[in-house]
Ligand binder design. Structure first.
Ligand code: DLL
Length: 442
């Protein structure tokens, strides 16, 4: 099989805001934006301080482009205000708290009022529906539950859509497989690399991953490529769509992809105003189509209004298609803080994924190791990648050379390729770590 045989489902009833004109949407954005900046300024001391320092006042926002006058918010701001300094409502009105894992510093804490939770569920429901999920379907939710927004965010959205939710969370892969076989779900929600782990474990058990009941997968929380989509769609015989989001802005469902076009996630612009800025010169707001860093301003959030949040995600804005008024985001090439700079060349793991998956002998399981050998000043990149089960060890020599050459041609970096045995690299349980930086610190 060279492509999935699952068809896009028949039409669904859409939210009114999904079908409005761009003009109507922008008028709605402007009034919501004016409200949000005033609301943030009045209720959150950090915003008052930052706006005053920048010499801007909420009344300066007369048209959408005036947003560019307002200061950015960063993860650092949320960390400094830890835990609840960014909240715009008294704690008694906060219905739920989520937080980032805090592996790279203090956790960032976010809060939601009851209305925020209802809006969030509505937007996840909208995203799932766009990706082919329908009321009445059984949905296997393998995003992690807990402080991470993925599990509970996806759960509430699937319930709001009218699905039967199976809240398995991430991990316990053997059990996931048993439940997929016994409960016969129609859709699965997971990170792309975790779905790969599930497919891989099925094959090890002698189960054909294409034989399950799954027809739709809604995947996100980490960068993935068109090549990975193809891999998963063919291996599992399903339609795989993207879902994007981040906790500081809401969680999953800030943007979602339509199954009929599969051309990038539509940003739900009735709730979020996106901008693209030059990551190196943030004073420059870039036009649609130009690549840069994605910035979001929330338009309806009560507990944690967020103004011009710098996501560090690198992408571009594209015109709406399946939902014409809502612009799409291109695939995220990577995060500016995930970028490897190797002897002056910028490199992202997704570029390696794209190239490796075009080489039939190589599997999608790879990791990148950065080292600086003793006595040398030059950093070295080693791509460790598993061969496909069906290929002999001898058959991998040419594949390794091809990968090395293709990386040199398309990325511009010299690297070493180490083809390893199937199953020898660590498998994903959620967001997969691709980069192992083994260079001496300091
Ligand atoms: O990962 C929320 C989420 C959960 C989205 C489930 C989709 C599905 P955080 O843990 O705050 O929230 O991480 C947010 O993950 O800034 C991106 O770098 C990355 N990310 C999220 N979705 C995608 C995606 C959730 N579809 C960070 N493609 C973001 C690429 C993504 N990267």
């Amino acid at each position: 099989m060279t492509q999935s045989t699952v068809a896009a489902p028949s039409d669904a009833v859409l939210d009114r805001e999904e079908t409005i004109s761009r003009d109507e949407l922008e008028a709605l954005q402007l009034s919501r934006l004016q409200h949000t900046v005033a609301y943030a300024y009045d209720r959150v001391p950090l915003y008052k301080r930052k706006f005053d320092e920048a010499g801007v006042h909420p009344t300066d926002l007369r048209e959408l482009s005036d947003l560019g006058k307002f200061p950015f918010t960063t993860k650092e701001d949320l960390r400094l205000e830890y835990p609840f300094g960014m909240f715009a409502v008294p704690q008694s009105e906060v219905a739920r708290i989520h937080a980032s894992s805090g592996t790279t510093g203090r956790a960032t804490v976010v809060g939601y009022t009851k209305k925020d939770l209802a809006d969030w569920a509505k937007l996840v429901a909208r995203s799932l529906r766009a990706s082919g999920v329908r009321p009445g379907m059984k949905v296997h939710n393998a995003y992690g539950y807990g402080l991470f927004t993925g599990g509970m965010g996806a759960h509430a959205g699937a319930e709001a859509l009218g699905c039967t939710v199976i809240p398995i969370s991430g991990g316990q892969t053997e059990r996931q497989i048993t439940l997929i076989q016994d409960f016969q779900p129609d859709a699965i929600l997971a990170t792309p690399t975790y779905l790969l782990t599930i497919a891989d474990a099925m094959m090890k058990q002698g189960i054909d991953p294409a034989s399950t009941s799954l027809k739709y997968a809604v995947l996100g929380a980490e960068p993935w490529t068109e090549e990975m989509r193809h891999e998963l769609e063919v291996t599992m015989n399903l339609k795989a769509c993207d879902i994007y989001g981040l906790s500081e802005v809401m969680g999953p469902g800030v943007a979602g992809e339509a199954v009929e076009t599969q051309d990038g996630s539509h940003i739900w612009e009735d709730h979020f105003r996106p901008e693209i800025i030059d990551a190196f010169d943030p004073t420059k707001v870039l036009g649609d189509g130009e690549p840069g860093e994605l910035v979001f301003t929330s338009l309806t959030k009560e507990a944690l209004p967020i103004i011009r949040y710098r996501t560090k995600d690198l992408t571009r804005l594209l015109p709406g298609t399946a939902r014409p008024a809502h612009r799409r985001m291109g695939r995220i090439t990577g995060r500016s803080d995930d970028m490897i700079i190797l002897r002056g060349v910028n490199l992202f793991p997704s570029q390696i994924e794209e190239i490796a998956l075009r080489i039939p002998e190589l599997s999608p399981h790879f990791q990148l190791e950065l080292t600086r050998p003793e006595g040398q000043r030059m950093d070295q990149l080693t791509v460790k990648i598993e061969r496909r089960e069906s290929v002999t060890v001898e058959g991998t020599t040419a594949a390794a050379r091809t990968l090395q050459q293709q990386i040199k041609i398309h990325v511009g970096s010299s690297c070493t390729v180490d083809v390893v045995e199937p199953g020898s690299l660590e498998r994903s349980n959620g967001k997969l770590r691709r980069i192992y930086d083994l260079r001496p610190k300091g």
